[in-house]
Design a protein around this ligand. Structure first.
Ligand code: FMN
Length: 223
């Protein structure tokens, strides 16, 4: 099958787009309002966009508290969502009234961040403390500069919390942390030891005209 997104003529009951760009990591985003009310919500239009400087993006599909708070205070924290915390993560997506803390709603403990005001999710294995770079309004399409309802938030990661128990041999153990990610529809997946594998980057020959694959495990080299 093939469909044009501007016509959306896929003929399926549900739009398949989000099931195709999957899995997407979940940024569990905490922010604070200018009255210092703490807000928490999961965002799966979330990813790293560079590692030097470390930078992440979140995309909001309409004006939401997270976007408003980030625009006001220029700060946010992305805690990582895990299988163990899946129900709390889900609960924190509920559209509750302004001023209701999703930490309380989801019965989650918060922990103070070091470099920014919003707290992190205390039981999350890692959290990224971020400062806003830019909010980019997303236009309607390639030939339509009018703003859609979506905005992309780009932020510098200024501090990283890692729970030491997920560090082994100097590496962050993503599988042990049990990170979850969003697929299409209401589906999720979990990173487990069984579903994790390593690939060494191809080794390029001296004359630069050929390359070979080096079987795993990872030899510790970035090529
Ligand atoms: C796993 C998951 C991922 C989500 N990803 C997004 C997203 O990327 N963008 C978005 O606008 N809403 C997303 N949502 C919905 C928001 O979490 C929800 O609208 C929430 O109430 C927003 O809270 P806020 O108004 O406090 O920012 C997601 C919900 C879940 C459960």
């Amino acid at each position: 099958m093939f469909y044009e997104t501007q016509v959306n003529d896929h003929g399926l009951e549900h739009d398949p787009f989000k099931a195709l760009v999957a899995p997407r990591p979940i940024g569990w985003v905490s922010t604070a309002s200018d009255k210092n009310e703490v807000n928490l919500a999961p965002y799966s239009f979330f990813n790293a966009v560079s590692d030097s400087p470390p930078m992440v993006m979140i995309s909001s599909n309409q004006r939401k508290d997270t976007l408003a708070n980030i625009e006001n205070t220029k700060e946010f924290v992305c805690s990582l969502a895990t299988y163990h915390l899946r129900d709390e993560m889900n609960m924190s997506s509920a559209t509750v009234s302004n001023g209701v803390s999703e930490f309380d709603l989801s019965k989650l403990k918060s922990a103070q961040s070091r470099l920014v005001a919003p707290p992190r999710v205390a039981d999350s294995p890692a959290a990224l403390e971020c400062k806003l770079w830019k909010v980019i309004p997303i236009p309607k399409g390639p030939d339509d500069d009018n703003a859609s309802h979506h905005s992309m938030i780009l932020g510098f990661v200024v501090g990283v919390f890692i729970d030491d128990k997920y560090l082994s041999g100097g590496l962050f153990d993503t599988a042990k942390a049990g990170l979850i990610a969003r697929m299409g529809y209401m589906d999720y997946c979990q990173v487990t030891p069984e579903t994790t594998f390593s690939l060494n980057r191809p080794v390029v020959s001296e004359d630069g005209r050929d390359a070979s694959l080096k079987p795993g495990p990872w030899d510790g080299k970035y090529r």
